[in-house]
Design a protein around this ligand. Structure first.
Ligand code: SAH
Ligand code: SF4
Length: 450
């Protein structure tokens, strides 16, 4: 990599805007790290920026439209300040048709690069500045690669993301991720352990291990052990820290992983296990490769080993061909499992995926109606599950001032539930015990123990 440390950014300000998942947030922290190394000051308001970089998402059309609309709004900033540099990266522009849209319809965008070229960002920027030519680096992600040692500008305070693998091999029929993120690549165990040790030494309290399917960690490495072994190794690092991980695919979540979780106090008792649909025919059409029964049996084992565990999930409504009865099977699974929380999505047709070509696409109004019914069922469950914590005292990691009520602080329980309480700024970044006094659908209220 060409070294451009501290040269091109000196005296300039850069703003990175991020859409999408935690993996994208982690990537943006690396882009921010590279920008800092190039001398840029990182800021959060595009109006003052000399460089704007948009890190995009492609999982649903809505996320793409938002990124395109934001990029459209930057035109007037560029008109007012022609030296402003605008770049687009991430999953959306890793698709050929979207790279083409940017190239042809957004002529004021100076550079564009796909997910597999993240590590080349300084070089791309250098070329943009010196070659007097737009740099449009669209390329199939193919096998992709892993670049170790990139600088990171972490945004999470006492919480940190740690990517353990990239890409996905699962090809769920609705999903664009395998196409825009390439095949599964696991980072080497010693690199992950070194990064975890560094974070813990810096005082990070909570590390979330990231991967599209963490359960298949190591499959491509051969001899180095699986995800459960990796978790065990990280837990052996000295220090008062906690671990989380996401996402786990139900077809690969092993009993061994659950046993390791149950045996380690450092692993928070929260499992995000995307169900997507509660109907076996739909699951098969989605290429998920598990059934209602195997899912329920996994949940049963988790609760047997860790009765206090919080379980959350992702649900898609309106997958092509989903009948009313099949949708009701999803509602039935919500009632049976009683998730602590769900992340629900209306099916969005993605270019190049097998589901795009399925003939029986569901009308919008049916999807919206099912979505509303799904939320209604879950809201009742969420509030009841949150209510079970009222009167209990639970440990909470204090994250900062509440966004909605600055008079309060907020923190997260082991199950990743948001708790609001009154307290002093000095508590931010510490783990304290809170007595839960009140429950709402999406949050809790608590008080410090007297
Ligand atoms: N690798 C993770 C999730 C990645 S995408 C996993 O397998 O669980 C995050 C969530 O977005 C998915 O769990 C799914 O619920 C949702 N999603 C993915 N593609 C979608 C699409 N085409 N339409 C609607 N929701 C989608
Ligand atoms: Fe997409 Fe399925 Fe891979 Fe998750 S496991 S990223 S839903 S293809």
């Amino acid at each position: 990599m060409r070294r451009v440390r501290g040269i091109i950014g000196e005296g300039k300000k850069a703003c990175v805007q991020t859409f999408g998942c935690q993996q994208n947030e982690a990537d943006s922290e690396r882009l921010g790290g590279m920008l800092s190394e190039m001398g840029f000051e990182i800021i959060y308001d595009v109006k003052d920026a000399d460089l704007i970089l948009v890190n995009t998402c492609a999982v649903r059309e809505h996320a793409e439209l938002k990124a395109l609309s934001i990029t459209g709004q930057f035109k007037h900033l560029k008109d007012a300040k022609p030296s402003l540099l605008i770049g687009i990266c991430g999953c959306m522009v890793t698709q050929e048709h979207r790279a083409g849209t940017i190239k042809h319809s957004y002529p004021y965008v100076d550079f564009l690069f796909g997910t597999s070229m993240l590590y080349k960002f300084p070089e791309i920027l250098w070329d943009t500045l010196t070659k007097d030519k737009r740099q449009i680096l669209w390329e199939d992600t193919g096998e992709g690669n892993i670049a170790e040692g990139l600088p990171v500008k972490r945004e999470g305070g006492v919480k940190a993301w740690l990517s353990i693998m990239y890409g996905c091999n699962n090809f769920c029929t609705y999903c664009v991720v395998p196409y825009v993120r390439g095949r599964e690549r696991s980072r080497r165990r010693e690199d992950i352990l070194a990064e975890a040790r560094g974070l813990i030494a810096e005082g990070v309290q909570e590390i979330t291990l990231l991967g599209q399917n963490v359960n298949s960690y190591g499959n491509d490495l051969g001899t180095e052990g699986d995800f459960a072994d990796l978790l065990d190794d990280i837990c052996r690092i000295d220090g008062d820290f906690r671990l989380r991980f996401m996402t786990s695919h139900p077809k690969d979540a092993s009993r061994k992983l659950i046993d390791v979780m149950a045996a380690n106090d450092k692993i928070e008792k929260h499992f995000h296990l995307p169900l997507q649909s509660g109907d076996d025919r739909v699951l098969k059409a989605m290429n998920r490769r598990y059934t209602r029964e195997s899912y329920l049996s996994l949940v049963g084992y988790m609760r047997e080993k860790m009765p206090e565990i919080a379980i959350t999930t992702d649900i898609i409504v309106g997958f092509p061909g989903e009948t009313e009865e099949e949708f009701e099977n999803t509602l039935d699974m919500l009632r049976r499992v009683r998730f602590d929380n769900i992340y629900s999505f209306i099916y969005s047709k993605r270019r190049g995926t097998p589901a795009e070509k399925m003939s029986d696409q569901i009308p919008d109004w049916v999807k919206k109606d099912r979505f509303a019914r799904l939320l209604k069922v879950q809201d009742e469950i969420s509030i009841a599950k949150n209510g079970e914590l009222v009167g209990k005292t639970v440990p909470v990691l204090v994250e900062g001032r509440s966004k909605t009520d600055p008079a309060r602080l907020t923190g997260r329980t082991a199950g990743n539930k948001l708790v609001h309480f009154t307290g002093d700024d000095a508590l931010i970044g510490t783990r304290i015990d809170l007595h839960i006094t009140q429950a709402e659908t999406h949050s809790l209220f608590g008080e410090r123990e007297k």
